[in-house]
Design a protein. Structure first.
Length: 437
């Protein structure tokens, strides 16, 4: 299948090129030229399939023309070595827990899939493939863990010194093997600048194979559709959807996760309504209300993975619905919450339902409380484990109420290996030329 750019100013590319390049030459985002639909009968039997089986069916619709069946199956099954269960919170609200992967956030699904796909496309060449990733915290750990131990690929994680949490830092500095962590004497923007300059450096690109593992990559973005299908199957299996309609709320920042859900719906998944739940970074909320899109600098909130002022994947949403505001504001309902409101929700759900939300999931939960009517079942995406935000969450529910999951505790015990890096590009280039071949 071919992939076109949302800017429509550059020729279509193959899946391999879309994955290796990440971003289209005209700075647009890649989209599949066709979204294949399931036969309605698929949804009558879907509850009889496992998560891995469902994901393989979905992956075949996306990638079946480009990857041999056995290989694709291996990539899907190997990616999904953990569950994404649907957990009851109230009689009509369920949490789709996406935090059972290695770094306890939903980005594990896309990052693990992309690592395996990249290895399939590039792993057999003689030269080492270098993945460069700049992170403000969470992306670095998902990408590093996703690529850990994958042959023929070396990951270089750049992060701003002193600006990521201890938990986040330990998740990408303790791995060793094919992962190198570079602590940059600067800000996240400085890290991003070093990476972008390296991609544009012709001399460097002649000598080394460089690629990005940005969240806009189709290999990270499309596999996120898997767990929407599985959520439907598991609710159907439990008899919760009999005569009821499904509403799905997605805590959104860069809007990749929500866009994958919208694509699942285009493939036939029966969802009555999608909700975009935001914190105070509300440019898309504003667009949905008024039809005006005004990206602006992000503001800091306690749901910091959604602190995005110019969401990349909004271009994909516009493209999917032909830039039609009436259609888009019908397909997506917007809600937004202040830090104060998020804290209140975490406490209320904890006290009344005995369920602990992280700050992102809390936005999703509350939007369902406000939206749902009789005859509807709501699912919100619990995008990260609350322990990833221990300080915020314990400030709300009380000290020492949270037990660190085994996986996080393991990371904290590991020894950190960190290389220092200045913000001078020449230093970074030297490092790349000397550390890799
Ligand atoms: C990345 C992230 C989000 C936002 O997801 P998008 O796909 O960028 O909208 C929400 N919650 C958590 C915990 C995240 O890490």
């Amino acid at each position: 299948m071919k992939y076109y750019s949302t800017n429509k100013n550059t020729p279509d590319v193959t899946l391999k090129d879309a994955v290796v390049k990440g971003l289209a030459a005209d700075n647009g985002l890649f989209m599949p030229e066709q979204i294949k639909k399931f036969d309605p009968s698929f949804f009558e039997e879907i509850q009889n399939l496992t998560f891995q089986e469902i994901a393989f069916e979905v992956a075949t619709k996306f990638f079946g023309e480009d990857i041999e069946e056995a290989t694709l199956k291996e990539i899907v099954y190997d990616t999904l070595q953990f569950d994404c269960p649907v957990v009851k919170v109230t009689d009509s609200i369920y949490s789709l827990e996406l935090f059972h992967g290695p770094t306890l956030a939903f980005k594990d699904v896309g990052a693990r899939f992309m690592a395996r796909l990249l290895n399939h496309f590039l792993g057999k060449q003689e030269k080492m493939v270098n993945v460069l990733v700049a992170t403000s915290g969470d992306t670095g750990s998902a990408v590093a863990n996703g690529f850990l131990g994958v042959d023929g690929i070396h990951v270089h994680v750049l992060y701003p010194k002193g600006k990521v949490s201890d938990i986040q830092e330990s998740q990408f500095t303790t791995l060793g093997q094919n992962i190198t962590a570079l602590e940059v004497e600067g800000t996240f923007d400085d890290c991003q600048h070093l990476v972008k300059t390296a991609f544009l450096d012709e001399e460097l690109n002649k000598k080394l194979v460089l690629t990005s593992a940005n969240s806009i990559n189709v290999a990270r973005f499309l596999p996120q559709a898997f767990y929407y299908f599985n959520a439907y199957a598991r609710l159907k299996e439990a008899g919760k959807l009999d005569g009821k309609e499904l509403v799905v709320s997605v805590p959104s920042g860069n809007f990749g996760n929500l866009t994958a859900g919208l694509i699942a719906a285009e493939m036939g998944l029966p969802v009555k309504q999608f909700i975009a739940a935001n914190n105070e970074n509300d440019v898309v909320f504003e667009y949905l209300q008024k039809g005006e899109y005004n990206p602006r600098p992000s503001v800091e909130t306690i749901a910091n993975a959604m602190d995005v002022g110019a969401p990349s994947n909004f271009a994909r949403i516009l493209d999917l619905y032909d830039h039609d505001h009436a259609v888009i504001s019908d397909k997506i309902k917007g809600y937004r919450y202040s830090d104060e409101e998020i804290r209140e929700v975490i406490l209320k759900v904890y006290n009344e339902q005995g369920y602990l939300c992280d700050p992102h999931g809390a936005c999703g939960y509350q939007s369902l409380i406000e939206y749902l009517s009789e005859g509807e079942i709501g699912v919100f995406l619990e995008t990260a484990h609350p322990a990833k935000f221990t300080e915020t969450v314990e400030n709300v529910i009380g000290k020492n109420k949270l037990t660190l999951p085994e996986k996080l505790a393991e990371f904290m015990k590991g020894e950190k290996h960190i290389e220092q890096m200045s913000i001078t590009y020449a230093d970074f280039k030297n490092y790349l030329l000397n550390s890799t071949n």
